[in-house]
Design a binder for this molecule. Sequence first.
Ligand code: 13P
Ligand code: SF4
Length: 428
Amino acid sequence: MTQLLSLSVNDLITAAPSASCDADLARGPWDFDLAPGYGPGASELDVIPEPVTRPGQLPTVYQRMSDDELHARIRTAKEKLGSDLVILGHFYQRDEVVQYADFVGDSFQLANAALTRPEANTIVFCGVHFMAETADILARPDQHVILPNLAAGCSMADMADEDSVEAAWEDLMELYADEAGPDGLGADGLASVIPVTYMNSSAALKAFCGRHGGIVCTSSNAATVLEWAFARGKRVLFFPDQHLGRNTAKAMGVPLEQMPMWNPRKPLGGNTETELQDAKVILWHGFCSVHKRFNVAQIEQARAQYPGCKVIVHPECPMPVVDAADAAGSTDAIRKFVAAAQPGDVIAIGTEVNLVNRLARENPDKTIFCLDPVICPCSTMYRIHPGYLAWTLDGLVEGEIRNQIVVADDVAVHAKVALERMLAALPR
Ligand code: 13P
Ligand code: SF4
């Protein structure tokens, strides 16, 4: 166990390829940058949308560099760039990258983190595309945001596209037309439906929420955001993650019968008019393929093996898993749960394996393991490899901004409204 804990996820996959969901994960991601789909380890249910921005490939010279050379380059560039640069790293990033992050956190914390470094003119976001877009929206106009590998998307975010959400909205507006007066509100002062998008969505959908009286949430503030929405509307259209929406609304007392699912490929999302009239939360048909891997049998197995162990899972897990666990929370809530546990405690965690293994290493006085025995990192988070970090940082030293993420002004202005509503919505 101790020996295993000293290994990174990449080392573990290399050492025991058959214990991982796809041994190709240990290869350089540049082998897959131009291939269709999300690459090794992605769920077969994940379909990359078309048209898609195809990333440029990492120059061959970087692909061929040894690990030692890549790390030496990153360290040198970081030193040269000093306070002009801030590197943000999501908890799910691989250890080889996390070690260079000035801030490591969940998606909410990272959205705020860049604001605490106003002296930095470049934000390098080691995370996925929607996170870098959010940083660009919240950053000052003269700050630049870089996503080291443009292939680092999020399959869940891609499950809700702007056209499908607009079409659903039109259907709902037509259905609820009789409820609203000329000001768009009913006699009770409430809108018929408020759009709520999970942070894991495109800037275009955040802008959609900004334009339609809606808001953004993350897994750390979803309940507060739903309260905000229910103070303003009779119902919520929640996208893209059905599980976060269902788990959060259920914990707030919303009955399951009042949470119909919206399948964008079916008329009225696959619902009757009455179901949509009676709805409190309309859930988009999206999910995270990493968190979908967790199941109740794994929890039973952990409890059988370690009687008295504690189980905590991310709220992107399906409802039966969240119900069977002792606790559910965002990546930072999971970190805090582990920190608050007693020496000797055994904790089984249902979230991405890079975070779980890091927590295990940082808490040697506790036994910590991933509920899923198969090593399966988030395949898109995993696209950020030290090679891309070295290449983008070298570019900055040479005065070239590589892989910049720029959200168009007409999108950013509305997306910022929805994000700022979230930042101002404090728990009651
Ligand atoms: P957090 O908001 O908990 O950081 O989660 C982001 C994410 O992508 C989880 O899959
Ligand atoms: Fe997206 Fe899931 Fe990866 Fe998070 S873990 S970035 S939701 S695919």
